[in-house]
Ligand binder design. Structure first.
Ligand SMILES: Nc1ncnc2c1ncn2[C@@H]1O[C@H](COP(=O)(O)OP(=O)(O)OP(=O)(O)O)[C@@H](O)[C@H]1O
Ligand SMILES: [Mg+2]
Length: 263
């Protein structure tokens, strides 16, 4: 494939683990910084993400993943730096209909039913009733909650609430999706189904930014960014990062880049 590698800039010889369109930039981040009083949670982040990528943000607890996603979804104002989504500089309301966001802490209405939540989030984006009905069927099947459509969310298990939250984030068929630990607390079988679905999304040209602590999931991303104390310490294809550090797993890659030895 004759493309420019986003990691090294090399043209021509690159085969992507999962192909994506490097000619179309979806996210362009320059010197993005967030400080809380004197504490720097995100430190001068530069990153470009392309159409059809599934980009994994990895890093220990508190390394800044959620803070980055909140800034990219317009929920948190950066202290410094700029972000463009689809060529529009944030903040920009008009592009937000193309964006889906699943927060790390479930943000759905527990005193309402699954159906009411899906219709509420769908209607925010102005989707017609007919299309909403179709999307609801698709989403309930995807998260395997067809039999819970009319149940109050408060009566569902933690993992099931998480599944409703994911369905609400995707109901309007966004072109760009931020998923903050979407598989935390999800059983292995459903986790595999989620990843199949994410794969089908990126094949359609949807761009996915995901955070995870599962290294098997990180290995399935087109590229990953490794964060430590708010700084991006490495960014590239999982196999390149492992090769460059002569490590066999992304966990070891991270330890090598962070200058730490295996415990
Ligand atoms: N509103 C806030 N006020 C003060 N500090 C904050 C605030 N939000 C986040 N932080 C701090 O910023 C740092 C990064 O937090 P963040 O939630 O982005 O981490 P994370 O990488 O998502 O972690 P995790 O893997 O646990 O979800 C943490 O030290 C956190 O305490
Ligand atoms: Mg987080």
């Amino acid at each position: 494939m004759n493309v420019t590698c986003p990691c090294c800039g090399e043209r021509g010889k690159v085969t992507f683990e999962r192909s994506f369109d490097t000619t179309t930039t979806v996210i362009e981040i320059q010197k993005l910084t967030k400080t809380f009083r004197k504490f720097t949670a995100v430190d001068s982040l530069d990153l470009t993400i392309y159409k059809g990528e599934i980009y994994g943000l990895l890093g220990p607890n508190g390394s800044g993943k959620t803070t980055i996603i909140k800034m990219l979804t317009g929920l948190l104002q950066p202290t410094a730096g700029t972000t463009k989504l689809f060529g529009h500089t944030l903040p920009c309301k008009s592009i937000m209909n193309d964006v889906g966001y699943m927060p790390q802490d479930t943000a759905i209405y527990i005193d309402n039913t699954v159906h009411e939540n899906l219709f509420f989030f769908g209607s925010i984006y102005g989707i017609s009733k007919q299309r909403l009905e179709k999307r609801e069927r698709e989403m309930l099947q995807f998260v395997d909650l067809q039999n819970w459509r009319d149940s109050l969310v408060s009566t569902l298990s933690g993992g099931m609430k998480h599944r409703v939250s994911l369905a609400c984030a995707l109901i309007h068929e966004p072109k760009l999706v931020f998923l903050d630990e979407p598989t935390g607390g999800i059983d292995p079988e459903l986790r595999a189904t989620f990843w199949e679905y994410f794969g089908s999304m990126v094949k359609k040209g949807i761009t996915v930014i995901i955070t995870t602590h599962y290294m098997d999931e990180a290995n399935r991303c087109s590229r990953v960014g490794l964060l430590r104390q708010g700084k991006l310490i490495a960014d590239g294809r999982p196999s390149d990062l492992k090769n460059n550090t002569r490590t066999n797993s992304l966990e070891d890659t991270f330890l090598a880049l962070a200058g730490r030895k295996k415990p």
